[in-house]
Design a protein around this ligand. Structure first.
Ligand code: SAH
Length: 455
């Protein structure tokens, strides 16, 4: 039987918000039919207009607030929610931390897994924390602009102050933008796949203050290349590395595979927990260094390491977790799919005079199967996968190697819960309460550490 839809497009309704989605939208229900409303918070009441109706849900926008939440704070700038830079800016920071804890709880509850989640570890100053920016360069009203995509669209909204980035990075983006304007570099036009400059990426070491600028171009040719580099250096004399990355594909992937060093070094250095790391343009590096130190310390502590332990660090990136672990154990094996990251990892081991690590460039799921077949018996396995979580086959291999403990660093509680369920089917259970760590203040992203042990 077809259910009737209780709302009509363009009609106004008075509603009470009772939930916040994992994307940070308020949810109201009319006859149990959910309506998603931007910029609303639980317990708020508002007059809304329904703007889009689907078969099982609708979207609404606020016409008038009737009751506001005590957790609402003044928006810093509407553009941050419009573009998704800081979709939770209107929620008080304490409430953001509570929201994240609750999201982890919900994701486990959905699968019927009972578990305890600790309070999210937050930041003292949850702004200007990002050590990396990647911004699209587009023509907006006849002018080359840098900014961010409007939500659910590929239109660029110009932005100068990104609020959550290191302010030196914001300045660098503006300097690069002005140089690109001066030399009339044509911005990428996605519809026709034409134009030269697609994106600018800037990374800055929080401790080292070393800075890398990456110009991501569609074409190999970057007209006036030397002048552009000289001019960027005139504006930003302390830049340590300028790279051209060529991405000629019609794709949403940010970077291509070809890196050309236009100035300085191919990597920049930063330090975390007293270790030094070289980072190349295409390697992953955690974006919130202050919280990363808390996250890694926690992972090491939860791994409960013994001097004779053998440890695997899967999805190891440039070896940050591996090298942190290596100081406490006999041997660490790291695996990561991006070859440049593994080159960095090997160099980083040398740089820090750490010899008890071995890094392999491979898919974690394939390498784990290989290690298992080779008879490797790790005591502890640390995994830190991307948002899609772990491959079921990797969980199988881990279970066959029967480590004492698995430390799961997750950036997506939904896939974490799914994977934990798989581990539980293989006889593992959650040991300590799950600990969320806020790596991404003002946004809806949730990082956490979970420990699993064989029963
Ligand atoms: N532990 C590292 C990196 C975590 S991010 C750190 O804290 O810095 C996740 C990493 O997994 C990225 O470096 C990404 O390149 C890598 N990755 C993605 N898919 C992979 C796969 N199938 N196998 C191995 N590594 C993968």
């Amino acid at each position: 039987m077809k259910k009737t839809i209780p709302v009509i497009k363009n009609e106004e309704y008075t509603v009470k918000i009772n939930d916040l989605t994992y994307e940070g939208m308020g949810v109201a229900k009319i006859d149990n039919f959910p309506i998603f409303i931007e910029n609303t918070l639980p317990d708020e009441e508002a007059v809304i207009k329904v703007i889009k109706v689907k078969s099982t849900y609708a979207f609404g926008k606020v016409m008038q607030y009737l009751v506001k939440s005590p957790n609402r704070v003044e928006e810093v700038d509407r553009v941050y929610t419009q573009t998704g830079i800081a979709p939770l800016q209107h929620l008080a920071y304490d409430a953001q931390l509570a929201f994240k804890k609750h999201q982890v709880e919900i994701d486990f509850q959905k699968l019927g897994i009972e578990t305890e989640v600790l309070d999210t570890i937050g930041m003292d100053d949850p702004t200007h924390y990002r050590n990396k920016a990647q911004v699209p360069v587009r023509m907006v009203n006849g002018k080359l602009e840098t900014g961010f995509y409007r939500k659910h669209s590929h239109d660029v909204v110009p932005i100068e102050d990104f609020y959550i980035q290191d302010e030196e990075i914001d300045k660098a983006i503006l300097a690069v933008r002005d140089v690109l304007r001066k030399f009339q570099v044509t911005p990428y036009d996605e519809r026709v796949h034409k134009g030269t400059i697609r994106n600018v990426m800037v990374r800055r070491g929080r401790n080292s203050h070393e800075m890398m600028i990456v110009l991501i171009t569609r074409t190999n040719k970057l007209p006036n290349k030397e002048f552009i580099v000289n001019d960027i250096l005139k504006q930003l004399p302390n830049v340590d590395s300028i790279i051209q990355n060529v991405n000629s594909e019609k794709t949403n992937a940010l970077m291509g595979h070809k890196n050309i060093v236009l100035h300085g070094k191919p990597t920049i250095k930063d330090t975390l927990l007293g270790l030094e790391f070289e980072i190349s343009a295409t390697s992953f590096y955690q974006v919130n260094p202050e919280q990363t130190e808390k996250l890694y310390s926690l992972a090491v502590q939860k791994a409960d390491l013994k001097p004779d332990d053998v440890v695997i660090d899967a999805y190891c990136g440039i070896g940050t977790i591996s090298l942190t672990l290596a100081q406490h154990v006999k041997q660490v094996y790291g695996v990561e799919v991006v070859e440049e990251a593994i080159e960095n990892a090997k160099l980083n081991a040398q740089l820090n005079h750490i010899e008890n690590v071995e890094f392999v460039a491979n898919k974690a799921e394939d390498q784990m199967a290989k290690w298992q077949a080779d008879g490797l018996k790790p005591d502890v396995i640390v995994v830190d996968p991307p948002r899609k979580g772990l491959d079921a086959s990797l969980i199988e291999s881990v279970s066959q190697m029967a480590p004492k403990r698995v430390v799961y660093v997750s950036c997506n509680p939904a896939t974490l819960a799914r994977d934990v369920q798989r581990f539980m089917e293989l006889g593992y259970s959650i040991k300590d309460p799950i600990q969320p760590v806020d790596q991404f203040p003002q946004t809806v992203h949730i990082e956490s550490v979970t420990v699993l042990e064989k029963d």
